[in-house]
Ligand binder design. Structure first.
Ligand SMILES: [Zn+2]
Length: 585
């Protein structure tokens, strides 16, 4: 864990936080800080703030916060040492060779290399007799050998341990293969048996943006269940985080991505020349995936299946994608149940014309509502208009709203003003609601109610506030520590969460080490780091005094005594009852 303070300081003097963040967030300068749309939650107005002076960031929307190192950890899903390695590479700096624990990153490397070898193995089986069935299956689905090779597809043989034996012979232990989720295990008579997880399946490797094989999808050849098995979560793979084929699609130079439900559709599209096709991986589209797509494209075309499940998934995807601000278009698949079938039945031209005719998300939503009602009756018309107003009220651009309102008024033969008025009313109603929510949220926050990070805060509010203030002061004016170190110890802290933050600061200052935020990254959990960052930022530019430290210390000690100083058994009945009358706050 111990990478020297000196190295981290030198590293962060070399790489600016704004240049680390800017590939992921469109940053605007606002005085001494930068702001942009938060990459960790969905928002339409920027609350993500970068502070170059302290090499830190803070999101006023979701509370994500930390140092440059935390940012790299979170956005690239790396551990602490890996993040520092990645920053060092950027800076062209040589990381000190020893003195840190990188066992986690070594385990990840082992999984990645086992995965790579497994992919090679599965692929090689296709040219052997035992892979014939899978090869015929893939060719039968219309894939060419070139496509099969491009995606590194392969065959998991119909055997319990062919892959295991092969990888064992290359020096991978059963435990490592189990950790990579390439083998499963079961216990029999106290003995653990390991066996191949994927058997008799067509295999497709899932490759991340850096070209690593992070997981596999395995499909059966017949109608047996489960149709697909995917790698479960491992140290290198988390369900709902990656996008299939984005590693290829991102290099096509296209600003548009075609998103399909299953990876077989994306592979088929690729073969027909749509090299910007990507796929989700066996789950409904997640916010993380939506953010990822919005980083690589200006527009996403949804090419989901035409069945009921597909429509549901599509509506959810529209909702999630629209909060990233990316342009959305929706393909109306006619003549087949999924892109693969349409391509095979009618070829590339048909799909191209579907792409050209794809509606944007507003048109799609209006269309979907229209289909629900009988527009030949006044009642149906009214109901449709009511729903249409809701769709249009979602639009933030005034011009865009005006265009659709005009269109709707013509089509439905209703005055434009009437529709406009209803849309405006709904918009101000929603705005008022949002305002109220925000105020409620602020109240909750200041009362400490429901503090996710520090659950004890609510019941020890007075103490917690003093603890936080003391942390804020020391992070901003560490020079006071000498004057107060005799009067407070971490044990005096009332809430566990703050006590741990304080312990780290206390130990560092006792050893006369710096408490610059980035240096604390390795000592804290994510939650502790984001709270420490928030507290530190609260005190920026304020001139504190030692007297204020002492006020905090007095409060902490009073509260601490109240909590532990009273031994219930020594109290008289009267005193005992009084304790409850006074209340404990
Ligand atoms: Zn956020």
């Amino acid at each position: 864990m111990a990478i020297s303070d000196e190295y981290i300081q030198r590293l962060l003097n070399t790489v600016d936080i704004e240049s680390v963040v800017s590939p992921y967030v469109n940053l605007r300068r606002r005085g001494r800080v930068f702001t942009g749309l938060c990459p960790f939650h969905n928002e339409k107005t920027p609350s993500f703030t970068v502070y170059p002076e302290t090499n830190s960031f803070y999101c006023f929307g979701c509370g994500a916060a930390g140092s440059t190192i935390n940012f790299v950890q979170k956005i690239e899903n790396l551990d602490y040492v890996e993040a520092i390695k990645s920053l060092s590479q950027r800076a062209g700096m040589q990381m000190p060779e020893d003195g840190y624990d990188d066992s986690l990153s070594k385990r990840r490397m082992r999984i990645l290399s086992a995965n790579r070898e497994a992919a090679k193995f599965y692929n090689s089986i296709l040219s052997e007799p035992r892979g014939e069935k899978v090869l015929q299956y893939l060719l039968g689905r219309g894939l060419t050998l070139k496509t099969i090779t491009h995606f590194g597809m392969g065959c998991a043989p119909d055997s319990w341990d062919d892959l295991k034996k092969h990888l064992n012979s290359m020096g991978f232990s059963n435990e490592e293969l189990y950790e990579a989720n390439l083998v499963s295990r079961s216990e029999k008579n106290g003995k653990i048996l390991y066996f191949d997880r994927f058997r008799n399946r067509a295999m497709t490797p899932i490759i991340d943006l850096r070209g690593n094989v992070v997981a596999f999808g395995g499909r059966v050849l017949d109608d047996s269940k489960p149709k697909y098995i995917n790698t479960s979560d491992t140290l290198v793979y988390k369900k709902g985080r990656d996008i299939f084929a984005l590693n290829f699609a991102k290099n096509t130079g296209s600003t548009q991505l075609i998103l399909t439900e299953g990876y077989m559709d994306a592979i088929a599209l690729y073969q027909y020349g749509f090299k910007n096709a990507v796929a989700g991986l066996g789950t409904a589209l997640t916010r993380e995936q939506a953010q990822l797509l919005s980083r690589y494209a200006d527009e996403v075309v949804l090419a989901y299946d035409a069945d009921e499940a597909g429509i549901k998934a599509k509506n959810r995807a529209i909702e999630i994608l629209s909060s990233t601000g990316i342009k959305i278009r929706v393909l109306n698949l006619t003549g087949g149940k999924d892109p693969d079938e349409i391509l095979r039945k009618y070829g590339r031209e048909r799909f191209l014309s579907l792409l050209e005719g794809a509606s944007n998300d507003i048109e799609y939503k209006l269309l979907a509502q229209r289909e629900k009602f009988d527009l030949s009756t006044p009642n149906g018309k009214l109901e449709f208009l009511r729903e249409a107003v809701k769709v249009l009220a979602d639009l933030d651009g005034a011009i865009e709203r005006d265009i659709y309102i005009s269109k709707l008024s013509e089509e439905m033969n209703v005055s434009k003003d009437a529709i406009q008025q209803q849309v405006n009313e709904l918009r101000s109603k929603r705005k008022r609601y949002k305002e109220r929510e925000r105020v409620r949220e602020l109240k909750r926050e200041s009362s400490g109610e429901g503090d996710r990070l520090n659950p004890a805060r609510n019941v020890n509010l007075r103490a917690a506030k003093a603890e936080e203030r003391l942390i804020t002061i020391l992070l901003n004016s560490p020079e006071f520590f000498g004057k107060i170190s005799q009067s407070i110890r971490p044990e005096d802290f009332v809430t566990d969460f703050n006590r741990h933050i304080f312990t780290v600061i206390y130990n560092r200052l006792s050893e006369q080490r710096s408490v610059d935020l980035p240096l604390l990254t390795g000592d804290f959990s994510d939650d502790e780091m984001s709270r420490a960052t928030k507290l530190s930022l609260q005190g920026r530019g304020t001139a504190y005094t030692v007297a204020e430290c002492n006020d905090c210390i007095n409060v902490i000690k009073q509260e601490s005594d109240k909590k532990t100083g009273v031994k219930l058994s020594e109290l008289s009945n009267e005193e005992f009852l009084n304790l409850f009358k006074k209340g404990n706050t």
